[in-house]
Design a protein around this ligand. Sequence first.
Ligand code: C2E
Ligand code: MG
Ligand code: MG
Length: 719
Amino acid sequence: MSLKKINNNDKNEGHAAGSLLVVDDDPRVLESITSLLRDHEFSVDSAINGNQACQKLAEGQYRLVLLDLRLPDIQGQEVMAFMDRREIDTAVIVVSGDTSFTAISRALRRGAYDYLRKPYDPDELVATINSVLETQSLEASHQEACSRLQRSEELHRYIVNSSPDIVFMLDRRGHFQFLNRKVETLLGYRVEDLLNRHIRYLIEEQDFGRASWAFNDPTLSAENPRTIELRLKTRGSARGNRHFEITAFPVNTQDSDGTNIPQIYGTARDITERKEAEAFINFQAYHDLLTRLPNRALFKDRLGLGISQAERNGQRLAVMFLDLDRFKVINDTLGHAMGDRLLQAVTQRLQGCLRQGDTLSRFGGDEFTLLLPALRNTDDARKIARKLIGALKTPFKLGEHEVYVGVSIGIAIYPDSATDLEELIQQADIAMYHVKGRGKDGYQFYSAAMSVDTTNRLGLERDLRRALQAGELRVHYQPQVCAHSGECRGVEALVRWEHPSRGLIYPGDFLPLAEETRLIGDLSEWVLATACREIGDWVKTAPPEMKLSVNFSPMQVEHPHFVDLLLQRLEHYDFPPERLEIEITENMIINDLEQISRKLDKLSSYGVHIAIDDFGTGYSSLNYLHRLPIHTLKVDQSFVQAIRQGDEGACIVNAIVAMAHGLQLNIVAEGVETEAQLHYLRDLGCDSIQGFYYGPAQPASELQKALPNGIQKVRSHVV
Ligand code: C2E
Ligand code: MG
Ligand code: MG
């Protein structure tokens, strides 16, 4: 680039900007330099003293000052000091007769570009000016290049740092050579702390293998980049890992002396939210969101696995079907929000009873299923069932409410009762319904005898609704006989269903369904009404110990107006309360002792007798017996049946009878079938006997035919 040309341009502008300022107190010198320079086509301005020079410098922009050091008013150095203060960066060439070292060095220290002695040689003057202008212009363009570079670097840094992704460079060994600032916001590390560290420092240990496989792939190139999902560790453990999609490929960069450095360029995109959404969707597909338990689908999956494992190892496994008792009542009365909280609390307690490998799942509503894999023996399942039932015994606190729920558990064992997945679940379900039918809150193992054809259940339900209206239900009566005199002391009303196509169906096969569908209320009302109508007069006219026994299911007793409704009905049927004995199971009592004791006290005050049915099979707790107005204990048939086998059941009968005597309770032994049992029980001091030995339940007409006055000795007439 030619300086002259630049100067020409300056000249053409006709303005002080870009021109030279000559400062000298000698007008002749001033004149000669000015004209010399004009001859060389510089645009020139002049000042005759220091103050004028300062003024001109402050007003205009000059490219260069030829400054005489010795001036009449202020010294050349002071002009330079003035320029310094005002930050006027015009180049200065000092012109002076003073050639002392101090003067020169002071001037140069102040920033003068060059120094000319007076008298000056015109060629030297012009050459010096040109050289200074050239240096100045080089400096300017260098500065311009620098600031362009700086701007461009800033732009690139801005682009790289505001990238939504982490951008990084690794050296050949995998150490960070560059990272954008995004790593600070996404992972919490400072860039400085990561530089020269291996990328492994950030990668979750379990992903090492995949990472090194991907980054060391020899086919990797800019055209064939690799994208891999990895978990990166955040700084500190608070935020845990985040998921990234990392794309990387090799690049070559050059260092300052132009040698090639192979590096890996990479970007890491945070995909945590997407991953979490995926995980949530996945979770949702296999879990129940309320309890966070596996759902039906996952349960079946685990059960399938469990079965194949059990088959391989020759082991057993248990499938349990759990259904909460009274949940529907609580849900209806306290609302669904409370119901939800209860389900969560129940889940927690149930889970507390399980081992690591067990799978508890929410099957729907208040139904749960449980898989116990690798069972040593069925007794283990029994223990767990007891534990689960026990875990729900303490009441649940829901806000200011204290509620009790029980659980009915059906158990099916692989391979004893079935080997097929669906069949196992179905059997556990059937067994559970049997528990419900026997007063809930207990457990039972499935047995073939239970096989209510579940495929027929829906049909049954429909039929049962109709049966009530169509008059297909019957009440049969079974005598309770005095063990000593052989006289009839009472009759128990037992419902039957005369199904038009299936024949006589027993309560075990339809009561659970009646409970579930809430038909039980209507059904029970019907039983009581029918019994009062059919044998009410017969009972009333018999001696005073004669009672009518009627079974009540938990759902009925739980009804808040149970007592009042019952008393109203008795009055309506004109049946004296003191001739009625209601049979309830002990599980009903323990679950809500407060409530039930209030109800039973009231009933008892009206003379109604209360019997505990199937005593000994539930969660027997003796401490309620003396707190409640109970008259009769009905020893469950399983203990009676054990007498003939001479096993420990007999001891239980002994214990129950002894205890009942201690509490002055009346005892009825159920399910007495043989004379041996009768004798055994009579010798024990058992009061009454009920069972096939004296005859099954039969229609009222048969009963009345056999016992016209209700007091005859039963044995000779009935059997
Ligand atoms: P439960 O109250 O314990 O009734 C005794 C059951 O034992 C009756 O079965 C009866 O037929 C049976 N049984 C009587 N003697 C013998 C015997 O010597 N050997 C054997 N193996 N069994 C005998 P059922 O009639 O099938 O009733 C089953 C259960 O259904 C009853 O047990 C009772 O809990 C319930 N139930 C029956 N009728 C009604 C009802 O009207 N309302 C309610 N809520 N429940 C009822
Ligand atoms: Mg009964
Ligand atoms: Mg019973």
